[in-house]
Design a protein around this ligand. Structure first.
Ligand code: BMA
Length: 389
């Protein structure tokens, strides 16, 4: 039994007090320590390294990314070593985006006809050159079986535990997990991926969007998904990106935010459409300012998770418009959407220039800017290694 005499003799109170003081001192010296880790406490070494290096690289510049970059471009498909960005600049992007839509159906190809086995090969190649990988998922509507763009009342609720489609949704996550577990480096280590769940969730075009469920339902769905991947599937090589479309203010941005334990990267998507350059620059600049303050407050990494100006109909858009909106900001990366080229319906779709495109020259000037980072800029910096930059 611990007697009063024993406590006094051994200075127990003194030891306890000193311990608390030491801990407090440590916290004061290291205020960010507690949050300075991926939200997954069990993240793999490479994922932790990526996380720290992404933070460090914020000071160096903005990494430029491109969706489906190595798979196809305008007027070509599956040519080894080719990329529209590389055709124009001689260098690959620093970030590569990929898309999992239709993996849930056991399809061999995604919704843009990219075979999943080829996608895995590309991701491995990109990892080997030290680039960053991000994945989105336009998953079908689990309630109706229709596309991601066909919302139906009650879908989000149906997917949550207790809902009629929860079991089905879990089988879909099993397939995603199997794909992610197939991403391995040469030593068998898992390749870290930035997973961009339920993107553009403040818009209403996807079934998980704003008008098709309450903020609380979406938060639950987000958390359920992350928890299932972590706890049931034992997946620990992901950084999670919370991702809206353009937004008006902080409140709108955070309305469906699932919580700091579920997010590593905060981002938004923005496309220039009918507004003029000036308006677009203002909007981009304003949204990035709000995003940076949210990221600073929450100790998250800010990024422009998708952007584009369809077919880039302005030959100096890169340096005179996009860069004008980006230049005053410290964000991790900016991902341009895919260069689909001519689609089945005859419609043309691309967001990065290709060799003969009118904005190719300006894109080379954009490439030369000190603060735009491409593959060669980050290659030697070993983004997956602890010593980092
Ligand atoms: C859209 C377009 C579509 C594509 C979808 C998913 O913005 O690019 O052609 O199917 O993204 O990648």
């Amino acid at each position: 039994m611990v007697t009063k005499r024993f406590i006094q003799k051994h200075n127990i109170y003194w030891w306890i007090k000193s311990g608390i003081n030491c801990w407090m001192f440590f916290c004061i010296l290291n205020p960010a320590k507690a949050q300075n880790h991926p939200c997954d406490g069990k993240a793999t070494a490479e994922t932790v390294n990526l996380y720290h290096n992404l933070k460090k690289l914020l000071a160096a510049g903005i990494m430029m990314g491109h969706q489906d970059d190595m798979a196809y471009g305008v007027n070509w498909k599956y040519e080894k070593g080719r990329s529209d960005v590389k055709d124009v600049t001689g260098d690959f992007p620093a970030v590569f985006g990929w898309e999992l839509g239709r993996i849930e159906l056991d399809s061999k190809v995604n919704l843009d006809s990219v075979p999943f086995d080829k996608m895995q090969q590309f991701i491995k190649e990109e990892y080997e050159i030290g680039a960053v990988i991000t994945i989105s998922w336009h998953l079908n509507n689990p309630l109706t079986g229709k596309s991601a763009w066909e919302p139906a009342k009650g879908t989000v609720a149906a997917v949550l535990p207790g809902g009629e489609r929860n079991e089905l949704y879990k089988t879909w996550l099993d397939k995603v997990a199997a794909f992610l577990n197939g991403l391995k480096g040469k030593k068998g280590e898992l390749i870290p991926v930035i997973f961009r769940l339920f993107h553009e969730l403040n818009g209403s075009w996807f079934w998980w969007g704003k008008n098709h469920g309450t903020p609380d339902e979406l938060k639950q769905l987000y958390r359920f998904t992350v928890d299932y991947l972590r706890k049931e599937k034992n997946i620990h090589h992901l950084l999670f990106a919370y991702n809206t479309d353009r937004f008006v203010n902080k409140e709108e941005y955070l309305e469906r935010y699932p919580g700091d334990e579920y997010v590593d990267i905060v981002g938004f998507d923005i496309y220039q459409r009918n507004e003029g350059n000036k308006k677009f620059i203002e909007e981009l600049d304003k949204n990035l300012t709000i995003l940076e303050s949210i990221a600073a407050e929450k100790k998250k990494i800010p990024a422009l998770t998708e952007f584009g100006y369809g077919m880039v109909p302005d030959s100096t858009w890169w340096t005179k418009t996009l860069w004008e909106g980006l230049k005053n900001h410290k964000i991790s990366y900016a991902l341009a959407w895919r260069n689909a080229g001519k689609k089945a319906g005859g419609e043309m779709e691309f967001y990065m220039p290709y060799k003969e495109h009118a904005s190719a020259n300006d894109f080379r000037s954009f490439y030369q800017l000190k603060k735009t980072l491409f593959s060669k800029d980050i290659k030697h910096k070993s983004i997956y290694k602890p010593a980092g930059l």
